[in-house]
Design a binder for this molecule. Structure first.
Ligand SMILES: N[C@@H](CCC(=O)N[C@@H](CS)C(=O)NCC(=O)O)C(=O)O
Length: 234
């Protein structure tokens, strides 16, 4: 691990040890992949002023010297360029646009499939002011109450099964999406599973699914960085 002065603003629950943002997990794994040490600062939804220098209101935010970088994809590209002598997050330059597809699939297909299964679990992890903010912003965005959003669990489970099918199929013949070793494409998807794992006791995967073994391999990587992470009730 290379000592560095990198700082990551990392979404936390009421318990500062509970770090559950899927986007922050992508970057935690990316930093570990690069062998870069980082100080993670717990950040809550309503603490906008703490990250004002990034000129936006969401985490992850990486502070690298004088630079404040927001958005997980931009942070990954920054790490790849600035720490080019460290293990590549993409494997090769031509894999960057392909990895972008995995990032988009994770954010726009996998996250909306997992979200309805864990929204109430997330709300339960927050302190009162952050829970009120979370509820108000999500209910405004979706135009429905959290309770309405999570209703019909069977349908949400069926959607998740459909969304996971191409991922499970891909992993039947290879240990990671990037091949023999994991890369950023894996971390994009893995972040979403960490999101659910940190906040919810529900199991999203069966042992028969190839994703189950893949997730276990990533939980073990980097001395169990993700596997040892704080979980609700655990
Ligand atoms: N596209 C962004 C998404 C970041 C994002 O939505 N982060 C959430 C935490 S998981 C956030 O900070 N939300 C603040 C809010 O809802 O006000 C990325 O990839 O980093």
């Amino acid at each position: 691990m290379i000592p560095s002065s990198l700082i990551l603003y990392d979404l936390a629950g009421a318990d500062p040890a509970l770090r559950f943002s899927p986007f922050c997990w992508k970057i935690r794994m990316a930093l570990a992949h690069k062998g870069l040490d980082v100080t993670t600062l717990p950040w809550r939804f309503i603490e906008k002023e703490a990250i004002a220098a990034s000129q936006q209101e969401r985490v992850p935010v990486l502070v690298d010297g004088e630079e404040w970088i927001a958005d997980s994809w931009r942070i990954a590209l920054h790490l790849e360029k600035k720490y080019a002598d460290r293990p590549s997050l993409f494997g090769a330059p031509q894999a960057i646009p392909l990895t972008r597809f995995f990032n988009t699939y994770a954010d726009t297909v996998l996250a909306p499939a997992i979200g309805p299964l864990v929204l109430l679990d997330i709300a339960a992890c927050l302190d009162d002011p952050n829970r009120a903010y979370f509820r108000a912003t999500r209910e405004k965005f979706f135009g429905r109450t959290l309770e309405e959003l999570v209703a019909d669990k069977e349908a949400h489970r069926a959607t998740l099964t459909r969304v996971l099918a191409p991922l499970n199929r891909t992993l039947t013949d290879q240990p990671f999406f990037a091949g023999e070793e994991p890369a950023y494409a894996d971390y994009c998807l893995f972040g979403m599973f960490m999101w659910a794992r940190c906040v919810s006791p529900q199991e999203l995967l069966t042992e028969q699914e190839a994703l189950h073994g893949w997730r276990a391999r990533l939980l073990d990587r980097f001395d169990g960085l993700a596997g040892k992470a704080c979980r609700i009730g655990g």
